[in-house]
Design a protein around this ligand. Structure first.
Ligand code: SAH
Length: 248
């Protein structure tokens, strides 16, 4: 059965390239791994005043606007639960609602793999609904009632959740079985074992006077492996020494 991912957003156009381009685009076109469908739900369609009715100024004052809980709830029911034929009384069993925000669980290699194993494998049970925040964020009452998980993609503030949701979808599908050409390749990438990747080289063997490290063309696989491991430590020490102190 096709698995479904829904994204409630004020800017569905963000997701067009995600559905069409690259490895993840191929997933949504049914050309890689399990079949997943990506449906965008245009939030403005679910407010009484269209685009203008989605947000309001915050109670208690303060800058900016806040996304209304009732409009988001309406989008969830009318834009996801009904067209998706989910059980209106029991939809929590059928999908998880994911929000992104600076307050969320840090999105990193391990939360990403855990997420992929929960939602994106063959035997995963639940569909996904992402909520893209805009303005100052979302009324807390919607979050506390309907959101199951919150993720933060870094210590900076984006203007909206769309890019965070795309980063989550892109990075987690790399760990969904059958998506990468070689299922091992995600496990050789940076952040596995708290190390960065070694430097990579390809043809030509000489570029602007710089030669490829001789060991890589020596044909000695043992030595190549040792070189790669040493370079991983070197790269990590240079760029992300903090990773070396983390628990494996
Ligand atoms: N006023 C909020 C920021 C709002 S930014 C605060 O200070 O925390 C608008 C929306 O962008 C947020 O609701 C959230 O959905 C998204 N967003 C911003 N930064 C993010 C980040 N680092 N990770 C994930 N989502 C983020």
């Amino acid at each position: 059965m096709t698995r479904r991912i829904w994204v409630i957003t004020m800017f569905p156009d963000f997701f067009k390239p995600l559905k069409e381009v690259g490895v993840v685009g191929q997933v949504f076109q049914g050309m890689r791994g399990e079949k997943f469908e990506l449906n965008t739900v245009f939030l403005s369609d679910y407010s009484k005043k269209g685009f203008k009715g989605v947000d309001e100024s915050p109670y208690g004052g303060g800058p900016g606007m806040v996304m209304r809980a009732d409009v988001l709830k309406n989008a969830l029911v009318e834009g996801v639960i009904k067209p998706g034929n989910y059980d209106e009384d029991n939809f929590k069993e059928e999908f998880s609602v994911i929000f992104t925000a600076p307050r969320g669980v840090v999105w990193n290699s391990s939360s990403c793999k855990k997420f992929a194993n929960t939602y994106l494998q063959k035997d995963s049970k639940k569909d996904l609904v992402f909520i893209c925040g805009r303005y100052e964020g979302v009324d807390e009452r919607f979050l506390s009632r309907y959101v199951d998980e919150v993720y933060c993609i870094g210590d900076f503030v984006l203007s909206g959740g769309e890019i965070a949701v795309m980063a989550i979808i892109d990075s987690s599908f790399r760990f969904s079985e059958g998506v990468l050409g070689n299922d091992q390749s995600a496990l050789c990438d940076s952040f596995e074992y708290n190390l960065l990747e070694h430097p990579q080289y390809t043809r030509p063997s000489e570029f602007e006077g710089m030669k490829v490290p001789p060991v890589l063309i020596s044909g000695n696989h043992k030595k190549i492996e040792i070189w790669k491991e040493e370079m991983q430590v070197e790269m990590t020490t240079k760029w992300r020494a903090d990773l070396l102190d983390k628990e494996k």
